[in-house]
Design a protein around this ligand. Structure first.
Ligand SMILES: N[C@@H](CCC(=O)N[C@@H](CS)C(=O)NCC(=O)O)C(=O)O
Length: 206
């Protein structure tokens, strides 16, 4: 059976949540410390699993190549967990937007940009946020990103939006996106997955 490599509250964590919600079983869910690039439980070198050093990764036992991009890993989980919605193509389009635009738009602030670099990052964030609301949430009237049905895209988006709380971006994220994030995080299975991840991380850190 496959294994999922993830880290809590990162985009890898979105994969953990999606698997929990969709009932997709992994042989093991392996927590990675993405600061040290070591496996949290054993201290093994994560670069041995993924030379790129980032999560998520799904590995297989039968010699099949690893999946090591959110678009691939979330598709795998969505397909096996019934979380791709009615229009798979549209859901993949949304995943592409999230991975290449929203993820980067919010993620740019982890580097603590200052001055002109920060202004540029804020302008890009506003552009992507407005597009997210207009195109995917249809001005905020839709609860979910694709066909107004809950999909893996909502889980991934919600995790990315959550980073704004750690990087001091509260006023720059429009209300419609905060509401979308809160709506997804309040879903019982999502909240349950987040709690399991956090509890496990705390237990490993002891
Ligand atoms: N191209 C990858 C990027 C994944 C990514 O940025 N992962 C972050 C967590 S959200 C990470 O592992 N960062 C630690 C690192 O790059 O060393 C994808 O789209 O899946």
């Amino acid at each position: 059976m496959p294994k999922l490599y993830y880290s809590t509250l990162s985009c890898g964590g979105a994969n953990y949540i999606a698997a929990h919600v969709g009932g997709v079983k992994f042989d093991e869910n392996v927590l990675v410390n993405i600061q040290t690039h070591k496996l949290a439980a054993t201290g093994e070198d994560y670069f041995e699993i993924n030379p790129k050093g980032n999560v998520p990764v799904i590995t297989f036992e039968d010699g099949k190549k690893n999946l090591n991009e959110n678009v691939g890993t979330l598709y795998y989980i969505g397909k096996n967990g019934g979380l791709l919605g009615e229009d798979e193509t549209a859901t993949m389009n949304a995943l592409g937007f999230l991975a290449s635009e929203w993820h980067k738009g919010v993620g740019a602030f982890f580097g603590k940009p200052e001055g002109a670099a920060r202004e540029k990052a804020v302008a890009n964030l506003a552009k992507q946020a407005n597009f997210f609301i207009d195109f995917y949430l249809e001005g905020g009237k839709n609860e979910y990103m694709v066909g107004n049905t809950f999909t893996i895209a909502d889980i991934y988006a919600s995790v990315i939006t959550s980073w704004s709380y750690f990087i001091g971006l509260n006023t720059e994220i429009p209300e419609a996106l905060i509401k979308h994030h809160e709506r997804i995080q309040a879903l019982p299975k999502v909240a349950e997955a987040v709690k399991i991840m956090k509890d496990y991380e705390a237990s490993v850190a002891k």
